[in-house]
Structure formats: structure tokens, C-alpha cells
Design a protein around this ligand. Sequence first.
Ligand SMILES: Cc1cc2nc3c(=O)[nH]c(=O)nc-3n(C[C@H](O)[C@H](O)[C@H](O)COP(=O)(O)OP(=O)(O)OC[C@H]3O[C@@H](n4cnc5c(N)ncnc54)[C@H](O)[C@@H]3O)c2cc1C
Length: 396
Amino acid sequence: MSGTYDVVITGGGMSGMMAAIALADMGRRVAVVSKGDPVCCLSTGCIDVLAAGNNPLGGIGSLPDNHPYHLAGEDLVRISLEMFKAVMSEEGMAYAGDMHANRRILTPLGRHKITCLVPGTMKFANFHPDEYIHVISFNKMKDFYPNYITSNYKNAGCSIFDAGVSTTMSIAQRFENRRFLEGFISWLKGLDIPEGRIAIPAVIGMHSAADVCNEISVELGRKVFEIPTLPPSIPGLRLFGGLKNALLKRGVDLYWGKEIYSVEKSGNQIEAVTLAGDGRPTRVQGNAFILATGSFVSGGLHASMDTVRETVFNLPVYLPGRRESWFNNDFFAPGHAIENAGICVDKSFRPVDARVENLFVCGSILAFSEVMKYGCGHGMAIATGVAAANACGEPV
Ligand SMILES: Cc1cc2nc3c(=O)[nH]c(=O)nc-3n(C[C@H](O)[C@H](O)[C@H](O)COP(=O)(O)OP(=O)(O)OC[C@H]3O[C@@H](n4cnc5c(N)ncnc54)[C@H](O)[C@@H]3O)c2cc1C
């Protein structure tokens, strides 16, 4: 593609993809550059908005003043989540859930995850301690532990189906086959399952999971729901596939598997990024740029022994004190101080102290997001992605 894009987005995660959808819907010419697949592929596919407390949207006001949700504002958080739901519905993967009420869904370890919006296949996964559930597992299946569920959750039984394969991906692919699905349903019908809901690990298909779930439910006359498995997760891959498809439908150009190796600037303006790849380097030129490269897991931030750096534009990074005050061997420990590290932005999502006017930042690379502490991963990425798109998509 030649010419100048209205906006070039670096990073194809939840925040970058939602920013691209919002901009394309405003009629902008958009490119997304991403060196790899995002963290959402590892996620449960559920949208955590704010897991601390019962009312995710209503709870935003009680977050610390510097939390990025405040930059978007409660109204825009709601609008962006509605936009997300509409996009996923268009893709045949409708999400369920109320932004004012968290749900507690069953995990493969027999515990509960607090989340807000769930794929349609998990809409009946809410925790009801008194109701019997029958867990279906698959012979030798990896990353799913029905015994943990039945020992933690006393009101549960379990049956095991032999799918002939054992990885989550291979079982999910089998469910795309009509004969396999019919065989599975007829096996289920032959079981003497007591009244109650039927829980199946999240492998009942790739793109057609919602239809498969519905068909099993109708055939059995029972409520059926999926339990997310450990990463890599099929619902996370479905979510990513749905959003990527929405970008392609909107004519967004994707430069996937490409890493930026140089940035061209003129005064306070970024003019282009150059991408490494096979053959000649590709120059992608834009009027505005959005940085959405994620935090440490995706490589948007990189920590060395003495500092943390932002890897594309070399922006100043906020750090919560000296290394000894943020270092902790357990990266996923809730409340880990390093979760505060990131890029500080002003009200229009421009990086502060960076001497650049046409760059906007969104997603988990933002300072003070504390995604694990507050349980706001995808929710914060969606809201700040749309907010950054609004900030840079205004007609000039
Ligand atoms: C294991 C795990 C499970 C999670 N589960 C959940 C969950 O169930 N629900 C929930 O709400 N949240 C969950 N989260 C949190 C949530 O996934 C993230 O907070 C959110 O999706 C981050 O989105 P993002 O767009 O900021 O960044 P990312 O998803 O990290 O995407 C950044 C993208 O930028 C690209 N990139 C990085 N550097 C460059 C570069 N130099 N050039 C080009 N591209 C680059 C990367 O390849 C990547 O595609 C989970 C997080 C983890 C780690």
C-alpha cells in the first residue's frame, strides 16, 4: 500500500485493534503494524472491566486518580464496551453480560474468576453453589483438570469422552466436523446425567462454537456452558480471530509479523516507521500514530538490570522508584509494583515530556494501569483504545 495513512497503529492487541475499528468507522485510512499475536490469545476470552467490587462500571470512580480509566471517563468506557459487543455480534460471537454487575465463572482449577462480559458460550457459567453441574472432559486432554472441579465443587459429576485427540486446538477443530459433533451429542444423550447444567471445556469449535453450544443445549434440553482452559486458550483465539476479521472487513491494512526498526521524525511530528521483514524494508507513512504495543509480556516495555525502556519510540517511561522497590520474582503477583510502570499521557492520550505532537498511546503500556491488581485487562485496553482513536481521529 502506498501513500499516507491517516493513522498508523503500532501493536495489534485489544487496544490497537479497537482503536483501528473506531478509526475505520470514522472513515479514516488505517494501518496496523504488529510484530506478533497479542496477549488476548492467551486470555479466557472474557472481558474483565473491573474485577475489584461487584459493579465494574460504577466502581471506576473509586480507582486512584491516576488510573487510565479516568482519562477515558465512565461514559466512554460504556460506549466502547458497547462498541466491542456490537463488533463481536457482527462476527457471530455475541458477548453476554451487564457492565454494572460482575459474574463469577468456573475455572479449570475448580475456582472462580470474576469477570464482566463473557462469550455467549459462557453465559450460563455463573456460579450457583446449590445447582448440580455435570462436567464433560476429554480423554487425556491437556490443560483441563475435572478432578479439581469435582473436588472443589461438591455438587458436580464428570464423564469423559474420547475425541481421538488430546490438545485443546485439535479437539476444537474436530468440533467443526458435523459427524464428530453428531457422535458427541449422541454419546451425551446416552449418559444418564442428572438434572442441572452441563459444563464442557472451551474446545467446542473454533469459529462455530456459539452454534455448537446452542445445538448441544437444544438436543439435550439443558443449559450448556464452556469452562475456559489454561493458556493458550481457544476462546482467546476466537476473540482475536473475530477482531482481526472485523479489521479486514473495514479495509484496515495489516502489516503482521513485522517489527519496527526505525522511526522517521521531523520536528515534533513522526512521519513514518520502517518495518523489518524478508526482502526490502517497508516504509509506512502516517499523519498520526498510535502506540499500542502492550506491556512487558508483548515487548512494548523492556526491563534491563537498571532501567525500563519503551521499545518503539523510546518514550520516557514512568517507574515506581528504584529497581529494589519494584523488583519481585513473581511477575504475576497481584499488586506487583512494576504494574505501575509505563507511559504517562495527558488528557488527549499524548505522551508527556516526549516532544511529539502526533503520537497517542493506549492499552496496557499506559502507566498506573495495574491490570492484574484491579482485574481490568481487556476492559481498560478497549476503553483507552477507543479513547485514543477519538483523540487522534478528529478531522483536522
Ligand atoms: C496470561 C494472560 C491472561 C490474561 N487473561 C485475561 C482475561 O481473561 N481477561 C482480561 O480481561 N484480561 C486478561 N489479561 C490481560 C489482557 O490480556 C491485557 O491487559 C490486554 O489484552 C492488553 O492489550 P494491549 O492491546 O494493551 O496489548 P497486547 O495484547 O500486549 O498487544 C500488544 C501487541 O503489540 C505488538 N508489539 C509489541 N512490540 C511491537 C513492536 N516493536 N512492533 C510492532 N508490534 C509490536 C505485540 O506483538 C502485540 O500483538 C491476561 C493477560 C495475560 C498475560
